[in-house]
Design a protein around this ligand. Structure first.
Ligand code: GLA
Ligand code: ZN
Length: 671
């Protein structure tokens, strides 16, 4: 645990208030009242830390850090590289990003930097060394926070300047060694795209090349690697004078950057979570996505992570910004802890008077000080975190099921120009995961490169691209008794986006021979009967054949492929696989997975069918800590659950418990 405690804090920008010592005093008093034990300083503070090139002014920061520390508040210290001061962009225009259309950005905004530019890297390094020297051993500082939301704001996280293009070509040379290999991997004889010189390679662009799938895929890999390299360089500079851990704040399912690559230079994963609560009264889809985001972040290192930012009330950047309903702030904060966070932190402590985020929710509003509903909500979280800390300490979520969630697959799948151009990887993964969430079964989200053993069940929806060695690992996993579920449009291309020929790489394990994909328009409804119930199929329908000894569990009812399998089961070695040949809906997935869970011994800690809106997550330890969460606005009653003790109130529940609407109980099993 960072700082040996559950952190409760958030982004704090005292540099906006330096002329108001009374406000800075007030901040500390109110932080203590709200149970804030840690704040994040320095995000976007460059112009105040280095007002002129080479002239550092750290005095104000040190004074703040000292004062916070004297009051028992620790610090996450950020590097300011997320936004550049005007003196820098004026003097060194090359530090600003170039867009895919070749236009260089103007100064301003944030996340506007070229992560290849040697000048920018030097400036960042000089700053980071100064910070490391000055604050790396300060007792208040717990953690370095590199930059901010890397890749955010502009053009797909990438810079397209000539220096980045050069770096890309160098990256390709290292990977392919010869142009011949690259031409082959990208299938460049198609449309006469054969390169004869490395200098001819250009990043994908709207007014240029954009339809060479191998190029698109490698460009995205390069962008992630280059960003990871930028982040690594910051981490190294920070570690020069200090041994503090390092993080950067991620953004859930952020397509431009492969977090499986990026997290490697970090000691702790952290992320910013802004769920779309109250978009509808049915909060389940939002809760599902938020839970998946937490579990994805936890899965990157298979360790507790930090919730670096969340809003205590509302955001300001959606067209409409609802307030968190009573109960939701506590519930969404506990959801983070339930899925493995060791913190609840906010953007932001205090609303600024100006700027784009002056109406973004904050613990302290422009008016009314600590006398607000939001402040009381935050205070309650501040009371609860230390109370549950002894139970949560030294625990870790260790789910028995995993989903393959792989950025390379995401990029390739949605670029495939295949039978259906509207495939949405995250949506499909979440559709399957929703069935798990609804029954309180947490999962890890892992890349194709990770170990599968240790899981009882691995699900891989739309697993279009197979990375090298993946099929063999799945084969061994099932051989050794694992259960593997996958869907149509899986195992189609290799990791350079070239189609497999001959056979499906997992034909033996899955027991299917996929033949054609159909995406008919309206009026071609189709369905299948599973376990006595008829379900509609979605848009994408694969026609495949069963290979003995595999068994079809359901077949299409209509069209010229009536009788062809939709659900196939195959025993392989000591394990079993399931293949879903068509898009299916949540109703089917609920029924299908409940059978799979029975066979694999998965269930929620209550061993009960949970009512809609209720879910559980478990932090495993000497004593498992069970979070029972109700995302419905109405109370839920769980009966037949055995005996549990409430960690907050010490109350004993014998056999049954009531969960209020939008609430969470934290429970320990009793004999
Ligand atoms: C992100 C950023 C913050 C702030 C919030 C607003 O998470 O990191 O600086 O802009 O969004 O929601
Ligand atoms: Zn660049």
């Amino acid at each position: 645990m960072i700082g040996n405690q559950l952190l409760h804090g958030g982004d704090y920008n005292p540099e906006q208030w330096l002329e108001h010592p009374e406000i800075l005093e007030e901040d500390i008093a109110w932080m203590k009242q709200a149970g804030i034990n840690c704040v994040t300083l320095g995000v976007f503070s460059w112009s105040m830390l280095e007002p002129e090139e080479g002239v550092y002014d750290f005095g104000w920061l040190e004074e703040r850090i000292n004062q916070l520390y004297e009051n028992g508040i620790r610090v996450v210290l950020a590097t300011p590289s997320g936004a550049m001061p005007h003196w820098m962009t004026a003097k060194y225009p090359e530090v600003m990003q170039v867009q895919a259309d070749g236009k260089r950005n103007l100064p301003g905004r944030r996340h506007n930097f070229c992560y290849t530019s040697p000048v920018y890297r030097t400036k960042v390094r000089e700053m980071d060394l100064e910070l490391s020297k000055r604050f790396g051993r300060h007792k208040a500082v717990l953690l370095w926070h590199i930059s901010n939301e890397l890749g955010g704001n502009f053009s797909d996280g990438a810079c397209y300047c000539e220096q980045c293009q050069q770096a890309f070509r160098g990256w390709l040379k290292q990977k392919y060694k010869t142009l011949d290999a690259l031409n082959h991997a990208w299938w460049n004889r198609f449309w006469s795209h054969v390169y004869t010189d490395w200098g001819q390679v250009h990043a994908p662009a709207p007014h240029g090349e954009g339809v060479v799938h191998g190029l698109n895929l490698d460009w995205r890999r390069f962008v992630s690697d280059q960003m990871a390299d930028f982040c690594q360089a910051e981490a190294e500079a920070l570690r020069t004078y200090a041994t503090l851990p390092v993080t950067t704040n991620f953004m859930e399912f952020f397509k431009p950057l492969d977090y499986h690559r990026l997290h490697k230079c970090l000691d702790v994963v952290s992320w910013d979570n802004y769920p779309d609560w109250h978009k509808n009264r049915d909060e389940v889809p939002v809760a599902v996505r938020s839970a998946a985001g937490h579990s994805l972040m936890r899965s990157l290192k298979k360790q507790p992570f930090l919730l670096m930012e969340s809003t205590p009330s509302s955001v300001n950047w959606r067209p409409q910004n609802p307030l968190k309903r009573p109960g939701m702030h506590m519930l969404s904060s506990m959801q983070a802890i339930a899925h493995g966070s060791d913190s609840v932190q906010y953007f932001q402590w205090r609303k600024g008077r100006g700027g784009f985020e002056k109406f973004h929710g904050a613990v302290i509003d422009h008016k009314n000080g600590a006398g607000t509903r939001t402040f009381r909500d935050v205070m309650q979280v501040g009371d609860r975190l230390p109370a549950i800390e002894p139970w949560v300490k030294d625990t870790q979520n260790r789910p028995k099921a995993a989903f393959i969630f792989d950025w390379e697959n995401w990029w390739a799948l949605e670029d495939a120009a295949g039978p259906n151009h509207e495939l949405d990887y995250v949506e499909e993964v979440l559709r399957h995961y929703q069935a798990f969430w609804e029954q309180g079964i947490d999962v890890d989200f892992i890349s194709m490169e990770e170990r599968l053993d240790g899981y009882a069940l691995v699900c891989a929806p739309y697993n279009y691209l197979y990375r090298a060695g993946y099929a063999d690992r799945v084969r061994a996993f099932v051989q050794n008794g694992g259960c593997y579920v996958t869907t149509c449009f899986s195992g189609v291309v290799d990791d350079t986006d070239l189609c497999f020929t001959g056979h499906h790489p997992l034909e033996d394990v899955l027991g299917v021979i996929p033949e054609e994909e159909d995406v008919p328009g309206d009026g071609f409804a189709n369905s299948f009967v599973f376990d006595g119930v008829s379900y509609p199929v979605g848009r994408l329908r694969e026609i495949c054949h069963v290979k003995a000894p595999a068994k079809p569990l359901a077949v299409y009812s209509q069209d010229f492929y009536a009788g062809c399998p939709v659900v196939v089961q195959n025993r392989y070695g000591a394990g079993v696989s399931y293949y879903l040949a068509a898009d299916t809906g949540i109703e089917f997935l609920r029924s299908f997975y409940s059978g799979v869970w029975k066979k694999t011994g998965l269930c929620n800690p209550f061993g009960l069918r949970l009512p809609y809106g209720v879910t559980t997550a478990v932090r495993n330890g000497k004593q498992d800590v069970v979070f029972a969460m109700n995302f419905s606005h109405d109370p839920a009653y769980l009966d037949g659950i055995g005996n549990w003790q409430d960690v907050d109130t010490m109350e004993l529940y014998e056999g049954a418990v009531q969960l209020d609407g939008l609430s969470c109980k934290i429970l320990i099993k009793q004999p």
